[in-house]
Design a binder for this molecule. Structure first.
Ligand code: RRO
Length: 311
């Protein structure tokens, strides 16, 4: 029997596939739909302290090889997601869900994380260090000094299981430097990767999204090689207590298989979920299981991280 069950920070999940933050997770209705699908769990839209409208529309556009977005962190505010999760964890005590969050400033991030710390939330928290789309706000994780400072401050009070969502890195030295920072902290996971920031997509003579003159985060087929490189680079460098969530370019079971081969313990689906709806979870799970069966693998442990090199 082939199984795609997995575990993150000691929490078990029936399936290793879930949504990527930002897709199908803004409202409780969307989260319920993912919950009732074949996905192993869900993550909420990244929450700020207060609700935000985000950037003007059009701000998300599906394109043949992926997607471009400049949503600008629209969300219903921390309490909306946290209160929902607090109710849900009593209704479904056997399942674990992810809460994504970030402040509009380091101070706000601490205010939010302290609220989560003081709440009864028993799930996993993902701190988004990689939103590419808020005008004037750089992606935190591209600034290693600030990232180190935030993490050192966070772990002075935050004792619940915490991971971080990372932007893609493109230089071996940056993998080394980032991993050296993350290895200093009791992180439970890193999630590689957020969208490839600030691409530009053109149709006829025009951009396709309104904010930032059309610049936006790229997802989908375009980004799989970059996503796999980041998953594997961190798998090679991080201490084994820090697990990897693989995100980026998952259209098929083969893509999920490759993320796991690179070291991912969980695989997230963004652009494909936006294009196809929650039916994508069942399709991709079946495709992944078929590949595993053909190769004689029964569980993810049989091939996780076992990427082969050419001597
Ligand atoms: O809301 C967004 O514009 C957004 C976020 Br917070 C993120 O982390 N990644 C992304 O592609 N868009």
């Amino acid at each position: 029997m082939v199984s795609t069950k997995t575990e993150i920070a000691g929490f078990e999940f029936d399936n290793c596939l879930m949504n990527a933050a930002g897709v199908a997770c803004m409202t409780i209705e969307e989260l319920e739909e993912v919950k009732q699908s074949s996905a192993g769990t869900f993550v909420t839209k990244t929450a700020t302290l207060e609700a935000r409208q985000g950037n003007p529309e059009p701000r998300y556009h599906d394109v043949p090889l992926g997607s471009i977005n400049s949503m600008g962190l629209p969300n219903h505010g921390l309490d909306y997601y946290l209160n929902y999760l607090l109710e849900l964890q009593d209704k479904e005590p056997d399942r674990t869900f992810f809460l994504s969050l970030v402040g509009m400033s380091p101070e706000e991030t601490h205010t939010i994380l302290k609220k989560v710390q003081e709440s009864d939330f028993r799930g996993l928290t993902e701190l988004n260090l990689s939103c590419p789309n808020v005008p004037g706000k750089p992606q935190i994780a591209y600034d290693f000094e600030t990232t180190d400072k935030i993490l050192s401050e966070v772990f002075a009070y935050f004792t619940k299981p915490l991971g971080i969502k990372l932007p893609p890195y493109f230089d071996i030295v940056h993998f080394d430097q980032a991993a050296a920072i993350f290895n200093q902290y009791p992180l439970k996971f890193v999630n590689c990767v957020n969208s490839v920031g600030n691409g530009l997509y053109i149709e006829d003579e025009s951009v396709v999204i309104r904010p930032k003159n059309g610049f936006g985060g790229i997802g989908g087929e375009y980004i799989k090689p970059t996503a796999l490189a980041n998953v594997h680079a961190f798998y090679q460098r991080l201490k084994p207590e820090i697990q990897i969530i693989g995100t980026g370019g998952v259209l098929t079971g083969r893509d999920a298989f490759e993320h796991i081969l690179c070291g991912a313990s969980m695989v997230e689906i963004g652009t494909t979920l936006h294009k196809e709806g929650v039916a994508a979870f069942e399709r991709i799970t079946n495709e992944l299981k078929e590949i595993m069966a053909e190769k004689g693998y029964e569980s993810l442990e049989d091939f996780r991280g076992k990427l082969k090199y050419i001597d």
